[in-house]
Design a protein around this ligand. Structure first.
Ligand code: URP
Ligand code: ZN
Ligand code: ZN
Length: 461
């Protein structure tokens, strides 16, 4: 048997913390306590002064992403390494087939990109971009493979977006199968009309992007989606919620009895629309959908995280190079590939700006960056908690050490970092994936291909 004994750390779980030891055996958590006896042959690590945290789960990333006439930059090799360096041990990627693609083939394509390449564990949400005669059968087969959640886009019509009949059919099937449906909520007709008006008025720069998608556009999308949930009885999960208006719609739906998870992003908590207004086309680095908002929304989102109204903080990692890909939208903001990379920095930033800044306590930090995602997507208690039987995915973080974020040092395969120059207080020193060291002293020591596909059963944990 292989034992790993982590001594004298501050062990943080979703329901509390204590100072003590964590014993892992053969890749699983075996015991927690004070002054645990050391089994013969155990590797013993002194975690004095460090936080001992469950491996973090990012429930919304894009790695293989053909989108807006280009392809996102990361591979599973670069993304897996970057995730682990940042303390994220599990990624859930969106499978995003184009409207004409076959769902089963898309599932195999996306899975094939990760399998044998990823150094972290991984799972998928199955994107539904069309719903016709053969779709139900294909989706049933994909769910039976362990991909127990769907993703729909109410935006991006003609690319990933579904119409209302397709949305209704997808939710009806999801209800029958007991799978959660994640949704990008924006009213595409309003976006298209406003883009047309803005371009006609000569607004062509990146700042036009947020003008084309104001909060009402997102709130209408949330209202639309939750009305369909109410009618079908399906369970929904709103991805990348950015603003007060959308939050109010989501909470109103919950009050009507709709089962609904709510995700925000580290970008919305820390960046605002003035970033997309930076001169010399720099703003293009900050173009994503829904767009970055007025700063006042940040406190609304932090408060909702603190009181548990928002369940998760994800990244929606979507890396497009500034030098080449973002420039496709010079002279027409509607052609700027949407997305802001952040997969590597989410955990440290959330710790620094959440815990150190006094907005979140340590258990809330763990809940919204790990446990709740595991619960919502059928990974709990295997992931998201340090309890006997859980996978020994463990992060040792120095909560006082600050690190300055820079594209020059990050491991993501993209030529800029939206948090360039910011210091994140909370340094990931060591990471273990199922008991194996994958980061030591802040350096990657994992192995591409050693990440596992996590088959998930329907239902929330
Ligand atoms: O702008 C974004 N969010 N890009 C990635 C695709 C999506 O909408 O999730
Ligand atoms: Zn989206
Ligand atoms: Zn996304």
């Amino acid at each position: 048997m292989k034992h790993l004994l982590i001594r004298n750390g501050r062990i943080v779980n979703p329901d509390g913390c204590f100072d003590g030891d964590l014993l892992c055996t053969d890749g699983r958590v075996a015991a927690l306590g004070r002054e645990l006896p050391s089994p013969a042959g155990a590797e013993v690590i002194d975690a004095g002064g460090l936080l001992v945290l469950p491996g973090f789960v990012d429930p919304h990333v894009h790695i293989h992403l053909p989108f807006m006439g280009t392809l996102a930059k990361d591979t599973w090799e670069s993304a897996g390494r970057a995730a682990l360096l940042g303390g994220t041990t599990t990624l859930i990627e969106m499978i995003c087939p184009a409207r004409g693609d076959d769902p089963w083939e898309a599932y195999q394509l996306w899975r094939g990109k990760a399998e044998g390449v990823a150094a972290c564990d991984f799972s998928f949400h199955m994107g539904v971009s069309r719903h016709d005669a053969g779709t139900d059968q294909a989706l049933r087969r994909i769910v039976s493979e362990g991909v127990a959640s769907f993703k729909v886009f109410l935006a991006y019509k003609g690319a990933f977006g579904v119409d209302d009949a397709e949305l209704y059919r997808t939710l009806t099937l999801a209800r029958e199968l007991g799978v959660v449906v994640a949704a990008h909520c924006e009213n595409e007709t309003l976006v298209a009309e406003r883009c047309r008006e803005l371009l006609a008025r000569g607004v062509t720069g990146p700042e036009g992007h947020h003008e084309s998608r104001p909060p009402q556009v997102e709130a209408e999308g949330v209202h639309h989606f939750t009305s369909f949930l109410e009618l079908t009885g399906a369970t929904g999960y709103i991805v990348h919620l950015s603003c007060r208006e959308a939050l109010e719609e989501a909470l109103a739906a919950r009050r009507r009895g709709v089962r609904l998870g709510i995700e925000t992003l580290i970008q919305y908590l820390l960046l605002d629309k003035t970033h997309a207004e930076l001169p010399n086309f720099e703003g293009a680095k900050y173009v994503m959908s829904p767009p970055l908002r007025d700063r006042a929304n940040q406190e609304v989102l932090w408060r909702a995280l603190r009181n548990g109204e928002i369940d998760t903080v994800a990244t929606d990692h979507a890396p497009f190079d500034f030098a080449t890909q973002k420039r496709m939208g010079l002279g027409d903001f509607t052609r700027i590939p949407n997305g802001i990379p952040s997969l590597q920095d989410r955990v440290a930033l959330l710790h620094g700006e959440g815990v150190v800044a006094g907005r979140l306590d340590l258990p809330a930090f763990v809940r919204c960056a790990s446990t709740n995602a595991a619960r919502w997507f059928g990974l709990f208690p295997r992931k998201g908690v340090l309890l006997p039987g859980a996978d020994a995915d463990v992060v040792l973080m120095d909560p006082r050490r600050g690190e300055t974020i820079s594209a020059a040092r990050h491991a993501m395969a993209v030529d800029y970092n939206p948090f360039e120059g910011r210091t994140a207080v909370g340094s990931v020193r060591s990471v273990f994936l199922r008991g194996q060291p994958v980061v030591q002293e802040g350096k990657f020591v994992g192995r591409p291909g050693s990440g596992k596909f996590l088959a998930r059963a329907p239902g929330i944990g």
